[in-house]
Structures are given as C-alpha cells and as structure tokens.
Design a protein around this ligand. Sequence first.
Ligand code: ACO
Length: 269
Amino acid sequence: MAEAVLGGSAEDVSIKEAGLRYEVDGEIATITLDRPEKRNAQTFATWSALARIGDDLPEQVRIVVVQGEGPSFSAGIDLRMFTPEGVPGQGSFSSVAQLDNVSFEQRIEQAQQGFLWLRRPEIVSIAAVHGHAIGAGFQLALACDLRIVADDVKFCMKEPALGLVPDLTGTKPLVDLVGTAKAIDICLTARFVDAEEAFRIGLAERVVSGGELTQAVRDKAAELLSTNRDAATATKRLLQGARGRTLEEQTAAERVEQAARIKALFAVS
Ligand code: ACO
C-alpha cells in the first residue's frame, strides 16, 4: 500500500515516459528534461529514471550534461502532487502524508539517488541552465559539478514558500557554493536569483546568451576532456574531500593519490 501510494510504479516507467531524453555520444552523455509544455516539471518517475541512467552510465562517459527543453530548465516538482488526485500512478502529498516516517524517508532517499550520482568522481556533470530553475529544478542544477547559465536564468528555492524543505540534495552544495548566510537569504525568502547575481555569488561558472549556451557547454566539455581521465578522477576526489579535511589530512590524501598516479604512469612491468 505504502509503495503504491508513493509511486512504486515509477520504476517501471521508461525514460521517455518519465519526461527525459538521454543520449550518449562517446565520452559525453546528455540528459534533457523533455516536458517543455509543463516547463519540465519533475515527478518521482523523473527521479527514478535519473537514478537508472546513473546506474547504467557507460564506463567511457566522462561528461554528463543536464539541460532542459523549451522555455525553462525546470519548474520543479509537478504541482499535481499538491492536489488530492496527485500524479497518476505516483500519488499525492496528501496520500504520502499517511506513511510512517521510515517509509517516507526511504522514498525520499530513492528520489535523492537520481541526483547524488551526478557528483561521482569519475564524471564531471554540467548543468546547462536557462529560464526558470525552481525548487527541484534548482536542486538538479545544484547536483551538478558546474553550472553554465543563460542570461535569462532565474533560480528559486521555492520549497519553504510551499511549506517544504529542499530535500533533493540541494542544501549542501548551495551552502558550499554561496555560504550559509546567502543560502538562508535565498531559501527563506524563496526569491529569484538572476544570472548576474548567480555569477557574482558563485552559483554559476559562466553566463552566456541563450543562443550561446549549447556551444559554451560543448566548449567546456572539450576543455574537461583534454586532461588525463584517471588524473581528473583522482583530482576531483581530492577536491571533493578537501572541505572535510584538515590541511594535514588533505596533504596526506594528496600524497596517497599522487603515489598511485606516479605508479600507474611510470610502473615498470
Ligand atoms: N508542475 C506542473 N505543471 C507545471 C509546473 C509544475 N511545477 N510549472 C508549470 N506547469 C505547467 C502549467 O500548469 C502550464 O500548464 P497548462 O498549459 O496545461 O496550463 C504550463 O506548465 C506552462 O506554465 P505557465 O505558468 O503558463 O508558464 P510560464 O512560462 O508563464 O511560467 C513558471 C513558468 C514561472 C515556471 C510557472 O509555470 C511557475 O511558477 N510554475 C510553478 C513553479 C513551482 O512552484 N514549482 C514548485 C517548486 S517546489 C519543488 O520543486 C519541490
């Protein structure tokens, strides 16, 4: 009963039915949120499909681009979740409110799996963000390593305005990027952050015009692919761990990674 209420059938939905397009071209995978007529609103099926893409990502892929079709990157969670009818096959918040906490948290954890894999050291994920990136849309952009944005971008952490907290892995990267004070300002006001501010506070690496977004992402992918794959993976691992370590621990971690690199590069067979 609990699983049915919260969308147990989401696992069975195809990537297309979940509102996504997915293409792999050599070392670059591209995921496109593809429900433009609903501004790429996301459902449990979307997150389940994202998780499956992560599980099945071909080993050769080094870059994952996440982008949105139509006028918006993503308008966040499908607002039908707030209606009594909910999203067909996936329930509604009024039905999931009946679940016990453990079942509910497990279901959120499943949804979070759709986002977490984008931080794997073996890949660099790039969100190409234009138009609105609201709620779950903002969090999907935050789940990526880099954000290249169009000058019409509008980020908004709408959840607190709707009585919710951001729970799709977005709070930590937001704080890491902009600091706690700015994150409080952005989340607790649910205000829009435009391209100029996003760039200024470190949410976006680069701002380009809408027409230049695809090429800007291609150029960044080419730059990222120009470095040694194993060294890039080890370096990302080091950088990701840096905040949680002391200088002493970090320099020790550098030594471990470098020893492995030098041995791999210069090992005598
Ligand atoms: N869920 C379901 N449908 C949506 C959503 C959504 N989140 N956002 C837009 N749509 C639908 C609209 O209902 C409309 O459908 P219709 O043509 O059948 O009436 C269609 O997409 C186009 O939407 P408009 O509002 O007409 O598009 P516009 O470009 O003017 O505005 C905007 C875009 C600003 C994104 C607006 O749609 C909006 O505010 N959407 C809701 C945003 C929101 O509150 N999301 C939840 C965040 S919280 C979270 O994600 C956990």
